[in-house]
Design a protein around this ligand. Structure first.
Ligand code: HDD
Length: 709
């Protein structure tokens, strides 16, 4: 017999009414907004008297099948999960709005671009691609940037990424790409990583992925926050005006707060310290009224440009440099409200590339054409039937009317006798040739065949252009990322095959990677078409060149001890408030500290729970006594040495010098350190933080050994 607790013994001996003292049983009861205590019911609305005990025969007897409340509760719980998305399973979303800031009525008849100031509701879901729902936020991965705009003429979904190109040119290769990237099928690891044999095997056999490889090995795949990422529609689309004239378009989302990523060593540590780093960041920003904002930019071009451009505009592995077709800003996207319920909204939202509205149309990009099949198809599996548009998050917010009916979970069926058209009952909606969606009447001809266009044959030129557009620091990060990933690949021939491609991109990069792998330089891969080696650098491709002008929206970590200078602390927090910087206090105890003025300041983190990787810059506001206390604390030493290694700007009081010593960096104080002696040093420090990182330190930090020149 199982061990019987004293309480259960008592119950057994006691009366028929069993109260185990569980707070749920009559103790805490839910009150609705009116202060009235609601009665718990079953799904059928039957009031529930006891939610703590199953119905059983006698106090220690068997459970009874007639316990409808138990059965309903467990039945429902057993079915709480739906299949996670086959890709982009981990995601986080928010509500907001899109506002047209410049009308485009001459270019498109799309309703949302007709009037400056037009606002439509928006729902945006950010995601990683490879990891499952519970994977960490700082996996090195492409980020999904899916936007649903509830326009007055239907829902328009721009299902984009934070990288403007893709791995493959044809959708038929998508299952292979994703199989190769996901955990290997026999062992089911590694999770949420491309650093394994199968991924690099596939990639090294797929030269068209080389441009994307440069992007994913750059810091774009370890963004600091969703708020500091760009988004891209990737494909060339069409805008079509009222006269039926088509203009090609590429869509760009530009974060108003500027671009920012973390360092790889930092990403690895953030995943341990806070696997929800990105979702927490978005949650905190929106809940505190710091609404993230992006500009919508369009690159507009015509057939003549498409014909003279070096590459095919239908090839999703190519960008159009902004220097060739400048970006025109036509709108803004603001996220200002978190969801009420994660499952109902973020999990059940169904983005579909084929959700477009009159005035917008597809191009023949073969990746886009394939996607248009996949998204609708995948929603059936995930959401269980054809009626997922009945779920509020997916329903249009404009009037809609059709004769589609029945199926699983149908919430809205046509009313009345006629459920077809044409009908002579005078019932139901009718098609509207003037208002309705019409496809751009593009001519198409040619033999039916499986063929990749010759115009898709260049795989290296833009990979090189991306690489040469980076700052030296960013180039070294690309080299290091390649070395890291390929060092996790077990087969030498795969490592070598990858380096042979790099030789067609940049010889110095190939040499640095070969050296980092301890590999003999392989011959260059044979390109299908001779690469163009003199495409000019393009500044918008670099993160460092497109950082913010201020430290707004970033987060400062203030390491504070008992007895620390209260006026310096006050000056620091005032400077943060002025700049729009958030800050957190990290202290030896979560209860906080007592400053020199004997006032208590609460802490948000205990030192080992708030490592410096969680902050954009750190300030060590330490008293002499605090310095002595922390000098032997491992978490404090990591806090400081990591901030140093990750090139963060560090402010420190005189007493903190002892801690710099303990962290082994006392003799390395450089221009990225700001001594905090008097109040005005606080403002000086926050100003220095605007650069985000003191990159000049990187070579000394020892974390990034290779610098590809
Ligand atoms: Fe995809 C989800 C973005 C190529 C098939 N994709 C999905 C999501 C994003 C993207 C952001 C998550 C949407 C959400 O938050 O719910 N996918 C892209 C981009 C691509 C791309 C930018 C290339 C330019 N995708 C792509 C191809 C195929 C798919 C070529 C298939 C032929 N993608 C899917 C899917 C998903 C999806 C299987 C999984 C869950 C879902 O659709 O709703 O249909």
């Amino acid at each position: 017999m199982a061990k019987v607790t004293a309480q259960a013994q008592k119950t057994k001996r006691g009366s028929r009414t069993i109260d185990l003292g569980n707070p749920g049983n009559g103790g805490e009861t839910h009150q609705n907004a009116g202060g009235v205590i609601e009665t718990l019911t079953t799904q059928q609305g039957t009031p529930v008297a006891d939610d703590q005990n199953t119905l059983r025969q006698g106090a220690r007897g068997p459970a009874l099948l007639e316990d409808f409340h138990f059965r309903e509760k467990i039945f429902h719980f057993d079915h709480e999960r739906i299949p996670e998305r086959v890709v982009h399973a981990r995601g986080y979303a928010a509500h907001g709005f899109f506002e047209c800031t410049q009308a485009l009525s001459d270019i498109t008849r799309a309703d949302l671009f007709q009037r400056k100031g037009e606002r439509v509701p928006a729902f945006v879901r950010f995601s990683t691609v490879a990891g499952s729902k519970g994977s960490p936020d700082l996996a090195r991965d492409v980020r999904g940037f899916a936007v649903k705009l509830y326009t007055k003429e239907g829902n328009w979904d721009i299902v984009g990424n934070n990288i403007p190109v893709f791995f493959i040119q044809d959708a038929i290769k998508f299952p292979d790409l994703i199989h190769a990237a996901k955990p290997e099928p026999d062992r089911d690891f590694p999770q949420a990583q491309t650093a394994h044999d199968n991924f690099w095997d596939f990639i090294s056999l797929t030269p068209e992925s080389m441009h994307m490889v440069m992007w994913i090995m750059s810091d774009r795949t370890i963004p600091r926050s969703f708020r500091f990422m760009e988004g891209f529609g990737v494909h060339t689309f069409r805008l079509v005006n009222a006269k039926g004239k088509s203009t090609f378009v590429k869509f760009h989302w530009k974060p108003v707060l500027g671009l920012q990523s973390v360092a790889w060593n930092e990403a690895v540590k953030i995943n341990g310290a806070d696997p929800d780093f990105h979702r927490r960041d978005l949650w905190n920003a929106i809940q505190s009224g710091n609404f993230p904002e992006w500009q919508l930019g369009v690159q507009l071009f015509d057939d003549a440009f498409a014909a003279r451009f070096d590459f095919d505009v239908l090839d999703p592995t190519k960008i159009i440099p902004e220097e060739l077709v400048p970006i025109k800003v036509v709108g803004r996207l603001v996220l200002d409200r978190m969801v009420d319920n994660f499952f109902a909204e973020t999990e059940q939202v169904a983005f579909c590339t084929q959700n477009i509205v009159p005035g917008i149309d597809f191009s023949n990009d073969p990746l886009l054409q394939g996607r248009n099949f996949s998204y609708l198809d995948t929603q059936i599996k995930r959401l269980g039937g054809p009626n997922f548009t009945h779920i509020p998050i997916n329903a249009p917010k404009c009037p809609f009317a059709h004769f589609q009916q029945d199926g699983h979970m149908a919430m809205r069926n046509p009313v009345g006798r006629a459920n077809y058209e044409p009908n002579s009952w005078g019932a139901g909606p009718r098609e509207n040739p003037a208002k309705g969606f019409t496809s751009f009447a593009e001519e198409a001809e040619g033999p039916k065949q499986r063929l990749r266009s010759e115009t898709f044959a260049d795989h290296y030129s833009q990979a090189r252009q991306f690489y040469v557009s980076q700052t030296g620091v960013e180039q070294s990060h690309i080299a290091n990322a390649l070395i890291f990933e390929l060092s996790k690949v077990e087969r030498t021939d795969i490592r070598s095959r990858m380096v042979s491609h790099l030789r067609n991109i940049d010889e110095a990069l190939a040499a640095a990677v070969a050296d980092g792998l301890g590999l003999e330089m392989p011959p260059a891969a044979k390109p299908a078409r001779k690469p163009i080696s003199d495409l000019p650098p393009s500044a918008p491709l670099s993160i460092v060149k497109n950082g913010p002008q201020s430290f707004k929206g970033r987060k400062l970590g203030i390491l504070l001890t008992d007895g620390a200078d209260a006026t310096l602390f006050a000056a620091l927090t005032a400077a943060c408030d002025k700049e729009g910087t958030q800050y957190e206090v990290i202290a030896p105890k979560i209860a906080g500290v007592t400053l020199s003025d004997r006032k208590k300041v609460p802490a948000q983190q205990k030192i080992d729970g708030g490592p410096s990787v969680l902050y954009d810059a750190v300030a060590l506001v330490i008293s002499p006594k605090g310095a002595t206390l922390l000098a032997t604390d491992a978490a404090t030493k990591d806090f400081i040495s990591d901030a140093f290694a990750h090139c963060k700007v560090i402010a420190f009081t005189a007493a903190a010098a002892g801690l710099l010593q303990a962290a082994g960096i006392a003799d390395k104080v450089d221009a990225g350190f700001v001594p905090l002696k008097e109040d005005r040093d606080a403002a000086k420090f926050i100003k220095s933080c605007r650069a985000l990182r003191y990159w000049a330190r990187e070579k000394d930090a020892g974390v990034h050994p290779v610098n590809a020149k």
